[in-house]
Design a protein around this ligand. Structure first.
Ligand code: SF4
Ligand code: SF4
Length: 456
């Protein structure tokens, strides 16, 4: 057994943050289940940060083979999109995703030739994985292109194209790779289960990523409320150079900037990226898919998602294709309870309310949370009482109430002067606000306005 260093006073936690009820017990001990192949998927050509993919299908009905390219990346910050199932493509249309993006999407009707869930999961992430001598499988300089072709994006929610991170940049050399297994968002346990059920794929992917990016040191950061996942990863990392660091459970501990600061003592400046301070950050699910892309030449078409909350009858961790609807996943978990009141794409802190249950999940959907009426009872909005709690808990030391006020008044210059763009939308301010002000929504509004202004 390798030693697991535990963060002590020498590694203080970040300032701010909150301790919401984790609610992980609803699903953390439930093995991953497998959604039967859906009859129809709606596959958006943008499931990532950056430019939408370019649809390469013609507009007639086309037979498709699972894993076939349906949209190619446009530019460096963009990602390929593949069909998760074999079948035929229907009409292209547009779809509005829970995050508000309105984007072209391809309807795919599945046929009888598709592998069912368990077999597909094993083909993608199961079995034996190499942990050294990768030259037997791939040349180092080929790795970013394989990852790009497979359409791998950050599965922690950020959906940044992974190939960009794995392409060595002489101007910004990276020496550290941070494997993010914190999964601090309440309710979500998809990464947790993946660390238990596919740890070797995660380790293989992390080693490949470090090789590609030129990182000399690899550290897995994992919260101290996941002992089962910790021991699974400990076994899988044995004999490899990967170090494991337990970090204290606190929200948003899994935010990459905080984890980098806590583990590596490097500070990522406002509006900069981890790459700017020499760190590549990979979520554990992303690392597993890097392994699948490089060793097994599989694109990212499926993922593990947690469907949880007291508003769903049987919360589960589910392996499912991207493009399946929120409704289908919820039905697979027994449907909504009579007191279900709000469906959220993602977790309750950073997720987006789902307006249309027929909208598809994407590569960045780590889960679906269904809250009940009683979960929402305390949320009656009043005026700001200037208590300052939102400032105390903001891990970036912003002034959320001031940005929110500026956004309400469409005072974008003022919002900019309060560094609205630096906000990571963690939701700590809104969670702590006794006046139940929609601070994150207001800040998102300000960020979108400032973004639109800067691109004019
Ligand atoms: S926490 Fe809410 S009520 Fe308190 S200062 Fe911030 S916005 Fe105002
Ligand atoms: S202002 Fe942004 S970063 Fe700060 S607590 Fe609110 S959501 Fe989080």
């Amino acid at each position: 057994m390798i030693a697991i260093p535990f963060l002590s006073k020498r590694h203080p936690s970040f300032q701010g943050g909150v301790h919401p009820d984790p609610q992980k017990e609803l699903t953390e001990h439930k093995p991953i289940e497998f959604l039967p192949v859906p009859q129809e998927l709606i596959v958006p050509v943008q499931q990532h940060l950056g430019r939408p993919g370019k649809n390469v299908l013609n507009h007639n009905k086309t037979p498709l083979i699972a894993g076939e390219l349906i949209a190619e990346p446009q530019g460096v910050v963009s990602a390929a999109i593949h069909t998760p199932v074999s079948g035929s493509s229907g009409l292209c249309s547009h779809v509005t995703l829970p995050n508000g993006i309105h984007v072209e999407a391809v309807a795919v009707q599945s046929n009888a030739e598709n592998l069912q869930g368990r077999a597909l999961f094993d083909e993608l992430l199961g079995g034996e994985w190499p942990k050294s001598d990768f030259e037997r499988f791939v040349r180092r300089e080929e790795i970013p292109e394989l990852v790009r072709k497979a359409g791998i994006v950050g599965q922690g929610g950020a959906t940044f194209p992974t190939a960009v991170k794995l392409t060595p940049n002489p101007q910004k050399p990276c020496d550290l790779l941070l494997l993010n297994g914190a999964e601090c968002e309440p309710y979500l346990t998809a990464d947790h289960r993946l660390m238990i059920e596919a740890p070797d794929a995660i380790v293989c992917g992390a080693l490949i990523a470090a090789l590609s990016a030129g990182c000399k040191r690899i550290v897995l950061g994992i919260e101290d409320n996941k002992p089962e996942a910790l021991h699974s990863m400990q076994r899988a990392c044995s004999g490899t150079p990967i170090e494991i660091v337990q970090v204290r459970a606190k929200y948003p501990q899994g935010g990459e900037k905080h984890l980098i600061r806590v583990i590596f003592h490097r500070v990522v400046p406002t509006c900069a990226l981890p790459l700017d301070v020499g760190v590549v950050v990979l979520n554990v699910a992303t690392a597993a898919m890097v392994a699948a892309a490089v060793i097994r030449k599989k694109p990212l078409t499926h993922r593990v998602m947690t469907v949880s909350g007291h508003g769903v009858v049987t919360p589960k961790n589910v392996f499912a294709p991207v493009g399946v609807s929120h409704r289908r996943l919820i039905d697979f978990c027994g449907g909504l309870t009579p007191d279900a009141a709000r469906v959220i794409s993602g977790g309750p802190m950073m997720g987006f309310a789902v307006g249309d249950l027929d909208s598809p999940v994407t590569k960045g959907t780590s889960g679906i949370t269904v809250l009940t009426k009683s979960d929402l009872l305390h949320q009656r909005q009043t005026a700001c009482i200037r208590c300052g709690r939102c400032i105390e808990v903001c891990p970036l030391h912003l002034m959320p109430q001031k940005i929110g006020l500026a956004a309400r008044n469409r005072a974008w210059d003022l919002a900019q002067s309060f560094q609205a763009q630096a906000c990571i939308e963690c939701g700590c301010c809104a969670y702590s606000c006794p006046a139940a002000l929609p601070l994150v929504q207001l800040i998102r509004l300000a960020k979108a306005a400032l973004r639109a202004r800067s691109t004019k």
